[in-house]
Ligand binder design. Structure first.
Ligand SMILES: Nc1ncnc2c1ncn2[C@@H]1O[C@H](COP(=O)(O)OP(=O)(O)O)[C@@H](O)[C@H]1O
Ligand SMILES: [Mg+2]
Length: 384
């Protein structure tokens, strides 16, 4: 880093975005603005509006907090931000309302704090790859696979990682017909896992997050409505057998110089307050919606297995930088530990599981942010 050693490293924090998780991304950006080590890093907040305009946002964490149950939004009042359009250029620009273009200066690295489609799914990563911009976290393929629960399960299974039985309903299928064929078990030959689904099942948009569009169906008659509900977020839908297991999570962090990724101590989510599962309200709005136990109280062998499977899942999708791997743990089930999902840009406020697991493992929030940026600066660019 000789070029940047004499000045602070300029980090574009990309947040907000076009997905249903816009506001959650704003919360993350606020936390990072507050905690980032400003002796080493100069954050440049780039807020992406819900309709996809990149704008220079105020460097003010107070504007990006949950206030009286209201989630924050990107205001979009600042000048438009133009990422480089030429490979090798690190100069970002500003476009005013009147059409004047000014320089935003050189950006050393971007931190896509984006959750959901058009951000966590490889699209923004592809835009940055096209012009050799350095960025934190997973690349194009890992982001895309991690985003799509159908392909994710397929890749995890192919790497020998246990997942629950599931089927995918394609965008071209009518909900009622898909529901009937799943209920009649016609689908299982075509299904990823080729195993019968027992009731109840969870019905989820393939590409969403924060539990948006997820519902539980306890019998065949509820399935078509559940598919339609998921389709508010994504035409492709995953139907998956319900687990009675405990919800266990594990944080994975890349290591410098190609050394193996690290796994944190696992944590556990215990849903409270009458929520049927870990839904959007229990996650973000109801302070008593869940107990987050960190580290999780697990037998030593289960902890070791969670950690091993978390890094296997990270490698399976080709992860880089960070990921949170979520499990169901039910010692009475034939397969006690199954992977539920991998998130390549997990919730990242100081009270989110990912940073808390690292804190419990000895790494503070601001040191974690620093490590992620360092990893992005040292990794090779292009095909790697
Ligand atoms: N197969 C399942 N069995 C039991 N609970 C589930 C299942 N799938 C999802 N859930 C519940 O729904 C929540 C959200 O589902 P998840 O697959 O993690 O989607 P998201 O990407 O929105 O977090 C989980 O944390 C869990 O509480
Ligand atoms: Mg989840």
């Amino acid at each position: 880093m000789t070029e940047t050693s004499s000045r602070r490293i300029r980090v574009a924090l990309l947040f907000g975005g076009r997905s249903g998780e816009h506001s959650i991304s704003c919360l993350t950006a606020g936390s990072i603005l507050e905690a980032i080590d400003r002796r080493r890093f100069e954050p440049v907040p780039v807020g992406i509006t819900r309709d996809g305009r990149w704008t220079l946002a105020p460097d003010d964490p107070a504007l990006l907090r949950l206030v009286d149950g209201r989630l924050p939004e990107v205001g979009g009042d600042g000048p438009e931000v133009l990422a480089p359009t030429r490979a090798g250029s690190s100069e970002w620009r500003l476009l005013s309302d009147s059409g004047t273009v000014a320089s935003l200066g050189s950006i050393d690295v971007s931190f896509p704090l984006l959750h959901g489609p058009f951000g966590e799914d490889g699209t923004v990563q592809g835009l940055l790859e096209l012009t050799d911009q350095r960025y934190v976290g997973a690349g194009v393929l890992a982001s895309a696979v991690g985003m799509d629960k159908g392909y994710m399960k397929c890749v995890l299974e192919a790497h020998g990682l246990p997942v629950l039985p599931y089927v995918v309903v394609g965008a071209d299928e009518l909900a009622a017909e898909a529901a009937a064929s799943v209920a009649a078990e016609d689908r299982l030959v075509a299904a990823g896992s080729r195993r019968a689904l027992d009731w109840p099942v969870f019905v989820k948009p393939c590409r969403a997050g924060s539990s948006l569009g997820i519902s539980k169906a306890t019998r065949a008659a509820e399935l078509a409505d559940a598919i339609e509900f998921a389709r508010r977020h994504d035409p492709r839908v995953l139907i998956e057998q319900a687990s009675r297991g405990r919800e266990i999570e594990c944080a994975v962090l890349g290591s410098p110089s190609g050394r193996p990724p690290r796994a944190s101590l696992p944590s556990e989510i215990v849903v409270q307050g009458g929520h049927e599962f870990y839904d959007f309200d229990a996650k973000y709005l109801d302070a008593a919606g869940a107990d987050l136990l960190c580290p999780a109280d697990l037998p030593a062998e289960a902890t070791a297995q969670v950690q091993a499977m978390a890094t296997q899942a990270y490698r399976a999708i080709g992860g880089e930088g960070l990921a949170r791997v979520d499990f169901f743990y039910d010692p009475s089930a034939p397969e006690p530990l199954v992977v539920n999902e991998i998130n390549t840009m997990p919730g990242f406020t100081p009270i989110s599981q990912y940073p808390r697991m690292w804190l419990a493992s000895g790494l503070s929030y601001s040191d974690l942010v620093g490590e992620l940026i360092e990893l992005a600066l040292e990794r090779p660019q292009g095909l790697r």
